[in-house]
Design a protein around this ligand. Structure first.
Ligand code: NAP
Ligand code: GDP
Length: 353
């Protein structure tokens, strides 16, 4: 396989497609007026439902002509199973795939299930990318995550660093499986000329998140647990860990807009980080205070330091995104938090809890 330096030094006319510099807008039949069928795996989840929201909005306003979007969940096909994956592709005959389906979870779920995270995600990713190749899918955008980068690294993290060292021990199963998507993308590009790429979001939150006590990420966990605490008249609320770790959070509907942009406009195999700016990184303690404000909780926040902090930080640079999509505006954190808390209060009967 080519190393990053080899890639950067090659000329764009090299046989291997993934050596194209990412800033070059390669003519792409993908979205150039031909009709397209876009299959979204993981379409029932947090990011999938946000993409559906954005596409519904576009279609109501009359744009997005020539695109048929199909959102699938695990009820439509268990993508760990090759035959079910094939049947899904045979049924819908997608020309494009946004591949979001994955075993996903917060710090504590990862710590307890590293093997499952590795095996399930390896199977899902191999099946989806291989079916995409066999069905001649013109473009695949898959999802990595900023939590898969090496634990010992210089900050800010950028797209070239994915394979430069072991991930944090808390989520090595998820991390190595996600890193292998990048290897598959490069292989399908190098051997078969495919445009299979990946986006790398920071922590995501928004409506339709997973609010379960067992497996959720920090924001849905705190929204749900604080709502329960308020219903029980609690005077204090325990945030797990020290509250000091730093995170960048992207609102799911902003990420959805960027994923749709990547599908239509970003044609390189090289991954691209989709994150808020470095200056918008917050502590877990800031997050708890924002949720307290959005919930109107009057009690006191305390910290349970017997629980793990996980990775201290994973500060990522969005300069590649900023250079390609200059005028993208992120929703302010407090506004996105208010919408998410309101959504949870109105939908907790149906939400994943
Ligand atoms: P999510 O809400 O947990 O949704 C996961 C989706 O994957 C659901 O639609 C689920 O279907 C589907 N799925 C899981 N196992 C499946 C299987 N065996 N077969 C078919 N479908 C399966 O996750 P998300 O937060 O939207 O994550 C979307 C993508 O973004 C993932 O690739 C994730 O790794 C990445 N990402 C997430 C975050 C974050 O903070 N959430 C951060 C960075 C990257 P059902 O619900 O129908 O079972
Ligand atoms: P990560 O960003 O991949 O580490 O995963 P999470 O979204 O689960 O965030 C983990 C961080 O939030 C750690 O610093 C935890 O100590 C902290 N945290 C505080 N309270 C909670 C909680 O109730 N659930 C989760 N998942 N994390 C919490």
């Amino acid at each position: 396989m080519l190393r990053q330096n080899d890639i950067d030094n090659k000329k764009p006319d090299n046989e291997c497609q993934f050596v194209f510099p990412y800033f070059k807008d390669i003519p792409n039949k993908a979205m150039s007026g031909e009709s397209s069928t876009i299959l979204v795996t993981g379409g029932s989840g947090l990011v999938g439902q946000a993409i559906k929201y954005v596409i519904d909005e576009e279609q109501e306003s009359g744009s997005g002509d020539g695109e048929t979007w199909i959102f699938c969940g695990s009820k439509d096909a268990d993508l760990r199973d090759r035959a079910q994956t094939e049947a899904l592709f045979n049924k819908h005959k997608p020309t494009h795939v946004v591949h979001l389906a994955a075993m996903v979870g917060g710090l504590f779920h990862n710590m307890a299930h590293n093997l499952d995270f590795f095996r399930e995600n390896m199977a899902i990713n191999d099946n989806v990318l291989n079916a995409s190749h066999k069905h001649n899918v013109r473009k695949v955008v898959s999802c990595l995550s900023t939590c898969i980068f090496p634990d010992k690294i210089t900050y800010p993290i950028d797209e070239t660093m994915i394979h430069n060292g072991p991930p944090h021990s808390s989520n090595y199963g998820y991390s190595y499986a996600k890193r292998m998507i990048d290897i598959l993308n490069r292989g399908y590009s190098e051997q078969h000329g495919r445009t299979f790429t990946s986006v790398v979001p920071c922590n995501v939150f928004g409506p339709s998140d997973n609010f379960s006590l067992e497996s959720s990420h920090v924001i849905p966990a705190l929204i749900r647990r604080m709502d329960d605490a308020m219903a029980n008249g609690a005077a204090t609320f325990a945030v797990w860990g020290s509250g000091k770790p730093l995170r960048q959070f992207i609102y799911s509907r902003d990420l959805a807009r960027l994923c749709v942009w990547a599908l239509r406009r970003y044609h390189s195999v090289e991954p691209i980080i989709l994150s808020v700016d470095e200056k918008d990184e917050v502590t877990i303690s800031d997050v708890a205070e924002a949720i307290k404000k959005a919930h109107g909780f009057q009690g006191q926040i305390v910290y349970d330091t017997s629980k793990a902090d996980g990775q201290y930080k994973k500060t990522a640079s969005n300069s590649k995104l900023r250079s390609l999509y200059k005028d993208f505006e992120f929703t302010p954190f407090d506004e996105a938090m208010r919408t998410t808390v309101t959504w949870y209060k109105q939908n907790k009967g149906q939400a994943r809890t």
